[in-house]
Design a protein around this ligand. Structure first.
Ligand code: SF4
Ligand code: SF4
Length: 178
């Protein structure tokens, strides 16, 4: 996993959140870990046991909640139960779901805001938000979430734009063999 660096907004601190130590796969630690499992250095809700010698990859990472000054407290990942992140090589914006709360992003106030954001990305870039739950992936559209078949690279998915009676909408087109 490549963690893209971002600048934290003034006043935003992780506090008792340690969600990125669980929801990302991390390959630079003494013991690499898959997404959805706690790092063995993490003291959940308290912090990192090796904070005095924090690996650079960890020190450089900030989720969207830390970077965006306008995102309210409810979006702090330990409260939302998912991480909204730019730090994903396969997606402009990703939702990393906590496997123990897999529907959290489908509830309000998150659902409406994510749908609005997905629409804006689709209109501007033709790609959309990707939801990751461990190795499972889905594409988030303003009106629905569509699972991506296992093993399919995200760049193989074509996103098609349609005009309907209620306005524009988007759907994925998977390769014939998927
Ligand atoms: S997920 Fe965000 S708020 Fe939580 S510990 Fe990581 S950077 Fe901090
Ligand atoms: S080393 Fe510390 S900051 Fe990095 S993932 Fe593990 S617990 Fe989190």
């Amino acid at each position: 996993m490549k963690w893209i660096e971002g600048v934290p907004a003034p006043g935003k601190v992780c506090g008792s959140c340690t969600m990125c130590c669980k929801l990302f796969d991390v390959d630079w630690l003494d013991k690499p870990k898959p997404a959805g499992k706690w790092c063995h250095h993490c003291q959940p809700g308290r912090g990192c046991a090796i904070w005095q010698s924090l690996p650079k990859g960890c020190a450089d990472y900030f989720c969207v909640w830390r970077i965006d000054p306008d995102l309210p407290e409810a979006w702090r990942p330990d409260k939302a139960r998912f991480i909204l992140t730019h730090a994903h090589q396969d997606a402009p914006l990703a939702v990393l779901v906590d496997p123990s709360a897999p529907d959290a992003h489908r509830k309000e106030p998150y659902k409406s805001m994510l749908a609005k954001t997905a629409r804006s990305i689709l209109e501007g870039r033709g790609s959309t938000i990707v939801v990751f739950n461990g190795t499972k992936r889905s594409l988030l559209f303003p009106d629905m979430e569509v699972p991506v078949p296992d093993g399919l690279a995200l760049h193989e998915v074509e996103i098609q734009h349609f005009k309907g009676p209620n306005g524009p909408y988007w759907r994925p087109k998977f390769p014939a063999a998927a």
